[in-house]
Design a protein around this ligand. Sequence first.
Ligand code: NAP
Length: 406
Amino acid sequence: MENSGIITKNNDGSINVPDIATIPFIEGDGTGPDIWRATQTVINGAIAAAYKGSKKINWLELYVGEKGYEKTGEWLSQEALDNIKKHVVAIKGPLTTPIGKGIRSLNVTIRQKLDLFACVRPVKYIDSVPSPMKRPEKIDMVVFRENTEDVYAGIEWESQSDEANEVICFLTEKMGANIAENSGIGIKPVSAKNTKRLVASAISHAIDNGYTSVTLMHKGNIMKFTEGAFNKWGYEVAKEKFGNVTITEDELYKSYDGKLPEGKILIKDRIADMLFQQVLLRPEEFDVIATPNLNGDYISDALAAQVGGLGMAPGANIGDECAVFEATHGTAPKYAGLDKVNPSSLILSGAMMLDYMGWKEAADIIRQSLQKTVKAKTVTYDLARQIDGATEISCSAFGDAMVAKM
Ligand code: NAP
């Protein structure tokens, strides 16, 4: 049979994928095992349908989260992180954030330890999925959210702690700041290096996928040296690395009468609050959106709601060395083990993973069969409560129904 082994990465960032590829998975906590089972069935089914046995995934389970703690005494072991790095590509279900001191959030820790600097969230309408929008088919955006800094970097101190008091003392006495007594303190670092690599990967994504604009979303009118700098560095990297294919809005109106020349990508920027209304009112004007961590957190979920909610939204965390594809919702613990929730988020993340691997035929089969299954109105509870005349089926039955339609 064909070559088998692990995915490897070349110096130029491209990857080599064997026909039989070993890929690690983390099933996740709460509803994770349910949605992972359905997802695995669907991914295997799509690969079989697309390649008739000439390609296959050998799944390698990594014990992380509650299962990791039970089996190894660690929520997130170095071995699991090393395995993700070694295999270049991995997929995971949602993980509970352990309560108490120590690790803040396993998801944030995985992103930071593996330097997965871009959280990539495609938002595209799938026909027949219930949406609050009048014209949801106009929505086709991809959010590139910076993953490693901003207020998410975890640099913060509790109100009245020695550290908070010391920082307040420094800021008031040395920097002339006016800070209310007993404030908690959080720090928001935004760097040129991390901004530029994020915006560069957003522009590359636009080029590779035929998108014609990249919007820098920021709150630079207020936070000039963090969000405003993000915007400035974003334009800089567009010019430095992609000067031959990008133009700014200024250039568009000055030199091209507002009409984008063939083959060019428009780099524009929008203040965060304004963008929230523009993606609702004129979604067709936005393609790729690049933004710092916190803005990206908000806009990704708001956009997901426009096309059917978090149960339908795929995502990936991508760095220079490896990529982790994941369900975007949490563990929904009240439904754990009930075989009830919607597995589509993880299934569509699996399709993104197959795209990333170059197995696009299998990825397309997944998206088509998902659409057919929803159109047939055989759906999980969350969609059933929004679609008239729907038949509610279980999480596993939804996966089986998708495979039957491939
Ligand atoms: P959540 O698990 O996302 O669940 C909130 C609600 O969203 C659920 O009660 C359910 O709504 C709906 N929902 C979530 N997943 C669904 C699915 N697959 N199908 C259908 N509906 C779904 O958020 P949470 O309760 O705030 O968080 C629970 C735990 O997850 C926490 O420990 C949190 O830290 C963790 N978390 C992990 C990740 C991650 O791993 N990436 C992300 C977010 C949160 P209804 O009640 O209306 O049915």
